[in-house]
Design a protein around this ligand. Structure first.
Ligand SMILES: Cc1cc2nc3c(=O)[nH]c(=O)nc-3n(C[C@H](O)[C@H](O)[C@H](O)COP(=O)(O)O)c2cc1C
Length: 352
């Protein structure tokens, strides 16, 4: 089947990136994007946190912030979809323009600033769907909130019953002060409090709690995060969010825009952080690897570095959602070529 993005892509890329994004979400909601015949392979199946993942390739947070296109994206072949970041109150985010393509670098810069519809709207959209497929919910804090912990607790209390996993996002560069929550003491207090809220709302079947980290962390921060994660007993880490670094290799005219950089230039640095976190946590908690994935080989590199699951977003801006099929097919080929009979055997194999 011809990938419809081959036809629509050039028109979409002609539009301003935020308009293009809204148009794609609208088309997905309206059922205008056909679902491909999904590539399935027993090599790609695994159980994580007691949940069955048909494949390890997920949609990263930020594409479907408001849970408007969960089922259409699952139907595109993603093994799981992460919605958000969602904050307790709806907020408009930063002034436009705030989303930039860097086509010469296969990259994106965004300074959206958690524009989203708020937890009530997101909760009602999640409530309205049949609970089929794996859906994570990524939580943020409102810009004006002084007590960050209360925002994350509120997100957990409202959305835990509707999520297959919950993410605490303390790594977006576009909310002032957010990333300082990655430091040892505030992080421990935050995680303990959110875990307590989870216990309160879902004592029987608590959704796994994950922490999403930045790629721009010092050695001490990474070691502290690993220790706090193991000590508090959270269930996983997502490495990484976008970077505030601007590699010298960037050539696109938009490279100097402020915000978080994602896409190809993030692949190597984010895989390095993932690998370090795997070592620092001794492989004891599942990691989701995200940053710069655009091919089966990129996903495989993350898995060998220690990722149990992988996500992507920016590659979709350039290649459309059909990319997930290609990534899955190539990943299965690479696993088989190296003699693995299941993805679980390949996780962290760089370290053995
Ligand atoms: C436009 C845009 C919006 C994003 N919004 C969020 C967000 O709300 N919450 C979050 O945790 N990550 C967000 N991200 C980060 C992605 O989830 C991902 O971690 C990052 O882009 C690296 O992956 P990629 O190189 O495949 O895009 C956003 C990324 C982009 C490009």
């Amino acid at each position: 089947m011809i990938d419809p993005y081959c036809i629509a892509g050039p028109f979409i890329r002609f539009l301003n990136p935020e308009t293009a994004h809204d148009l794609v979400i609208g088309a997905l909601r309206a059922g205008l994007v056909p679902s491909p015949k999904s590539f399935e392979s027993s090599l790609l199946k695994q159980s994580v946190w007691g949940r069955p993942f048909s494949n390890p390739i997920g949609l990263a947070a930020g594409f479907d912030k408001n849970a408007q296109a969960v089922d259409p994206m699952l139907a595109q072949g993603f093994g799981f979809v992460e919605v958000g970041s969602v904050t307790p109150q709806a907020q408009a985010g930063n002034a436009r323009p705030r989303l930039f393509r860097l086509p010469s670098d296969n990259a994106v810069i965004n300074r959206l600033g958690f524009n989203n519809d708020g937890i009530d709207k997101v909760a009602s959209r999640l409530e309205a769907r049949a609970r089929k497929g794996i859906v994570g919910v990524n939580l943020g804090k409102n810009k004006e909130t002084k007590d960050a912990i209360s925002d994350y607790r509120e997100g957990m209390l409202r959305l835990a019953p509707l999520a297959d996993y919950i993410v605490i996002n303390v790594s977006s560069p576009n909310t002032p002060g957010l990333r300082s929550l990655q430091r040892r003491e505030p992080l421990q207090t935050l995680l303990e409090s959110v875990l307590q809220a989870r216990w309160q709302v879902a004592p029987k079947n608590p959704p796994p709690l994950l922490l999403k980290i930045a790629p721009d962390l010092g050695e001490e921060d990474k070691s502290d995060i690993a220790q706090v994660s193991l000590k508090t007993g959270i269930d996983g880490l997502i490495a990484t969010n976008t970077t505030i670094e601007r590699p010298k290799s960037l050539i696109d005219k938009n490279a100097r825009e402020s915000g978080g950089l994602s896409g190809q230039p993030l692949l190597e640095p984010s895989t390095r952080v993932l690998s370090e976190m795997y070592k620092l946590t001794a492989g004891r908690i599942p990691l989701i690897g995200v940053g710069g994935v655009a091919s089966g080989a990129d996903a495989y590199a993350k898995i060998k570095a220690g990722a149990t699951l992988v996500q992507f977003y920016s590659a979709m801006v350039f290649y459309g959602p059909g990319r997930v099929q290609m990534i899955k097919r190539d990943l299965a080929t690479l696993l088989a070529a190296d003699g693995f009979s299941s993805i679980s055997e390949a996780i962290g194999s760089d370290h053995s």
